[in-house]
Design a protein around this ligand. Structure first.
Ligand code: F6R
Length: 242
């Protein structure tokens, strides 16, 4: 496990973007596992800036997103489809048919999960998975207690996660109760993992991450057993480290 200490959000985003750019330059047909949320917005912004300035190309890249809410149409501003389009896909040369996000509107959610897992395997697995971390240690939407053996599945979101995400909705009642997420075992199969954390709101969970043994009540701790994980955290996120 490698820890890169960033000065602040911008520095974290810059370091993260550089790792993704290096990956794409080294392997233009990379499969990138992508995340949504406030933490990664700056990283996408820097990837877009770099694409405009230096023409780093995503023409051969394939992307698979970690998760999507159940019941939100892709045109809904709070869907992760919409997030990815507005923050990244619409601004680079990545063909739309090479981007994959779980279908939160699928009639057969279980079948959708199975197919998503198969799709990742057919793409040859994920070369680099980008992750944020929830304040309760979730990665993707794998909430505390979720088995480490889980594959892509449908989850009931915890109240704390719905409250944390309510900032993007008109009220917490509008936050969906379910989501489709890659499982922990899906994430762990990625060849490389990049976990980002920024700000004081992530300080408690980061100190728990470093101090706790690997345990399912703190899902992110499993990453400590992955062979190629890089964590980029800023000074505020690391402020409770001892
Ligand atoms: C998003 C995702 C989540 C977020 C996490 C942190 O696709 O899977 O695990 O990475 O909730 O969210 P932010 O960055 O908004 O603090």
């Amino acid at each position: 496990m490698k820890l890169l200490i960033a000065k602040d959000y911008e520095d974290m985003s810059k370091k993260a973007a550089q790792i993704i750019i290096d990956q794409v330059k080294q392997k233009p047909g990379s499969v990138l596992g992508l995340a949504t949320g406030g933490t990664v917005i700056g990283t996408y912004k820097m990837l877009v800036d770099d694409h405009k300035r230096h023409r780093t190309s995503y023409k051969q890249v394939r992307t698979v997103n970690l998760d999507e809410y159940v019941g939100l149409h892709p045109s809904n501003k709070n869907s992760y489809h919409y997030f990815m389009k507005t923050h990244f896909f619409d601004h680079v040369d990545l063909p739309a048919n090479q981007t994959f996000i779980p279908n939160g509107l699928a009639d057969q959610v279980e079948e959708e999960c199975k197919q998503y897992e198969q799709l990742i395997a057919q793409l040859g697995g994920i070369d680099l998975q980008l992750l944020g971390i929830g304040r309760n240690g979730h990665i993707g939407f794998n909430e505390p207690g979720n088995p480490f053996s889980s594959k892509t599945h449908c989850v009931t979101l915890t109240e704390s996660t719905r409250l944390a995400n309510a900032r993007f909705f008109k009220s917490v009642d509008e936050v969906p109760t379910h989501a489709i997420t890659m499982g922990i075992s899906t994430i762990m199969k990625s060849k490389k993992i990049l976990l980002l954390a920024s700000g004081t709101k992530k300080a408690i969970i980061l100190s728990r991450f470093f101090n706790e043994e690997v345990n399912e009540q703190n899902p992110a701790t499993i990453l400590k057993t992955h062979k190629h994980v890089t964590i980029i955290a800023d000074e505020q996120a690391l402020s409770l480290m001892n």
